[in-house]
Write a protein that binds this ligand. Structure first.
Ligand code: TRP
Ligand code: SF4
Length: 328
């Protein structure tokens, strides 16, 4: 087991997860969890960097864990936990903060974007600027090699690599430079063809029942050239077709749809019905699994996960404290 390289990833708390999360990162987690020694955690501290209201934090954390387990993250294989339950993340973040130049943090594109949106009354806080330092600590505290993330996280990971390099050169080589692992599948857009996001109200949630899924798929915009049933269309510009591909419709059916669309052999309603059938195969097992996962069970998983996570985190902190001469 210790032969395997370490993989780690976290998600900020956002509540119920949608299929964009699934195809963006979760699918990768599930596929890779046996290949590496895997750690997956709920980044609840990162969730505090841009809001003060924590009233839904508990509920959202549990819902996210439920979705993770329902899609196939196996707590017997991967270590699944909550960031704030493993205090070593904070200890390392404090130490890494001492060697991180402010310039790196001010230059970070995600920080700059956030600052633009922040009103005077919210004000830019220290935690937001330090977001990449905490993220680096999440990764380095397990001396992880691989970090499956979405493209939006690449700038953070670049900072993580620089901090690891800097620590290694100052105090001795203990951290691997973590590498991003991106998903191969193309990005799944929202129902309205914009980025899938809760704030656009264009999501299909993993927990949506089939009636809800249907009510979201049927009105989806298709190729605007297909005004009448007899007008041919172009699947390559149609969001419904990209859903067929994401849900791994077999080649033969993809070909049928492609041809049916380009020669007006099938209508968009038929096409969507074929998609819904395929989506049902995906959703039913997830829904069944979700029903078996009680809040208590989820808490137990997170508790056991944090105990396991702490073993490796402690090992790292012992090394770090020795290297930095903090133990007398
Ligand atoms: N910043 C990540 C996101 O918004 C979440 C995260 C926190 C993370 N710590 C991490 C991801 C460590 C990978 C590794 O999605
Ligand atoms: Fe899109 Fe299918 Fe309609 Fe073609 S037939 S435009 S792929 S929904």
């Amino acid at each position: 087991m210790s032969e395997k390289k370490v993989m780690l990833s976290g998600n900020r708390v956002s509540g119920r997860l949608h299929i964009g999360h699934y195809f963006g990162v979760l699918k990768n987690y599930v596929e890779l969890q046996t290949k590496y020694q895997s750690y997956f955690f709920i980044a609840n501290w990162h969730g505090l960097t841009d809001r003060h209201d924590t009233s839904s934090m508990k509920e959202h954390s549990i819902e996210m864990l439920r979705d993770w387990l329902a899609v196939g993250i196996d707590p017997e294989i991967a270590t699944v936990f909550v960031q704030s339950h493993v205090k070593e993340h904070a200890e390392l973040a404090l130490l890494l903060g001492m060697i991180t130049p402010l310039g790196w943090l001010y230059r970070c594109p995600t920080f700059k974007d956030k600052v633009k949106d922040i009103t005077e009354k919210d004000s830019v806080n220290f935690g937001l600027l330090g977001y990449p330092v905490l993220m680096t600590s999440d990764i380095l505290v397990y001396r992880a090699h691989y970090v499956p993330v979405g493209e939006d996280q690449l700038a953070h990971l670049e900072i993580s690599r620089e901090i690891a390099r800097r620590f290694n050169s100052f105090y001795g080589n203990i951290f691997p430079e973590p590498e991003a692992v991106l998903t191969k599948t193309s990005k799944l857009m929202g129902l309205d063809n914009r980025k899938m996001s809760k704030s656009y109200d264009n999501c299909i949630y993993l927990s949506d029942d089939m009636d809800t899924v249907k009510s979201k798929i049927m009105p989806m915009v298709t190729d605007p050239a297909r005004i009448k049933r007899t007008d041919p269309g172009n699947p390559e510009i149609c969001n419904v077709y990209s859903y067929h591909k994401a849900f791994e419709q077999p080649e033969s059916i993809l070909k049928e749809i492609f041809e049916g669309c380009t020669n007006a052999g099938i209508g968009c309603v038929d096409c969507k019905k074929i998609l819904l059938k395929k989506m049902e195969e995906f959703f039913i097992p997830i829904h069944e699994k979700r029903k078996t996962l009680s809040d208590d069970y989820i808490r137990q998983v997170a508790e056991a996960g944090s105990v396991k996570a702490r073993i490796r985190a402690d090992e790292t902190m012992r090394l770090v404290n020795e290297k930095m001469n903090l133990i007398i």
